[in-house]
Design a protein around this ligand. Structure first.
Ligand code: GDD
Ligand code: MG
Length: 342
């Protein structure tokens, strides 16, 4: 049997001012009626069944997360776990696994981020099936997407020896390389983007945690005597990528073109959005006079744009972003400066 742990505790800032600490991008309806978290839950319920879905978030966001999931399926509300504070993805996965597993060492766990889109769910399901078969044999399985630009916000996976059926051993795992390295990877054609999803069997995963992160293993094994929440603040802050995936030996990658998009910036929303005949993506109360290739979003009153070109304008009730699309990476500098002020 396979359980799904959905990670929903991150605090993305690249979509400021829509996304804030309390409302990161997975909790926003950016592309339609439902949020990325809700889409992730729906996809997962179809494959794993409602009773096998566990969602891990933190105390600050848990109210919103429970509400969004209850709106889909009331039963899910009770399957949301709240960390007392964020300690990154590895402790979060262990927390989710605790509830997912009773005494089934054969069980598989699939881990899903909640902050990306999948445009071709049928191909995603088929990739999962291949991944689960490998996980049953003891492989730590990741899902690789063929990169089309040198994105530095992702992990890269080097393709190793073939395991058949578009599956490969992992040659190397490189989390968030610098731009020069990323460019080399894209040119070389031997690297995938890490889509951030994993499948593994529980026994193998726990053994890897024992070996590489003994402090976390001790905390997890102590859960009969003491609630996992109690020791949480003292845990190391470590992602599953750095803590486990880069270190284990039996790693596999399933190559799959499931129309993956991390939606990491306003530029991505412009690229993916429905455009008018002048290439604008418009949402909310916007009056546009002859602008071209712009993203014009308002959630806070009327926004009027006159003959803008290649601009991103995002208005909320208490903050506005105006930025050329080509400079969108600098939004994170805005957030950093605002944090400095706070
Ligand atoms: N519960 C919980 N607690 N969830 C968390 C925490 C935490 O402390 N930190 C992050 N998450 C959630 C996020 O909400 C997201 O859904 C997922 O875990 C991944 O975390 P991110 O912080 O978004 O990671 P990333 O985008 O920098 O990198 C990961 O994803 C990339 C693809 O989107 C890595 O796996 C990269 O290798 C990968 O390319
Ligand atoms: Mg992310």
């Amino acid at each position: 049997h396979c359980h799904a742990v959905i990670l929903a505790g991150g605090s993305g800032t690249r979509l400021w001012p829509y996304s804030r600490t309390l409302l990161p991008k997975q909790l926003l309806a950016l592309t339609g009626e439902t949020t990325m978290l809700q889409q992730t839950a729906v996809r997962s319920m179809e494959v794993f069944g409602t009773e096998s879905i566990w969602v891990v978030t933190n105390e600050e966001q848990v109210f919103e997360v429970r509400g969004q999931l209850a709106a889909l399926e009331p039963q899910l509300e009770a399957q949301v776990l709240a960390e007392p504070m964020g300690r990154n993805t590895l402790p979060a996965i262990l927390l989710g696994m605790d509830r997912a597993l009773t005494a089934d060492p054969e069980a598989l766990v699939a881990v899903f981020p909640s902050d990306h889109l999948i445009h071709k769910p049928e191909i995603w399901r088929e990739a999962l099936t291949r991944g689960a078969a490998l996980a049953r044999e003891g492989w730590f399985v990741t899902f690789g997407v063929v990169p089309d630009k040198p994105e530095t916000g992702y992990g890269y996976i080097k393709q190793g020896a073939p395991l058949g059926d578009d599956c490969f051993e992992v040659g190397a795992f490189v989390e968030k390389p610098d731009l020069a390295t990323a460019e080399q990877f894209v040119r070389g054609g031997e690297h995938f983007w890490n889509s951030g999803m994993f499948v593994f069997n529980v026994a193998a995963f726990v053994a890897a945690v024992e070996k590489h992160e003994p402090e976390l293993a001790a905390w997890w094994h102590g859960r009969d005597e003491q609630s996992l929440m109690d020791g949480y603040s003292k845990l190391p802050n470590i992602s599953v990528d750095y803590g486990i995936m880069e270190k284990v030996s039996q790693q596999a990658v399933v190559k799959a073109d499931f129309g993956w998009d991390d939606l990491g910036s306003w530029e991505a929303l412009h690229r993916l959005g429905d455009k008018d005949d002048k290439g604008n993506v418009v949402q909310g109360d916007v009056l546009n006079l002859d602008s071209e290739d712009c993203l014009l979003f308002s959630r806070g009153g009327k926004l009027a744009a006159v003959e803008l070109k290649g601009m991103i304008v995002v208005q909320t009730r208490d903050a506005t972003l105006i930025c050329p699309t080509s400079k969108v990476q600098r939004v994170k500098d805005v957030v950093n400066q605002l944090k400095g002020e706070g």
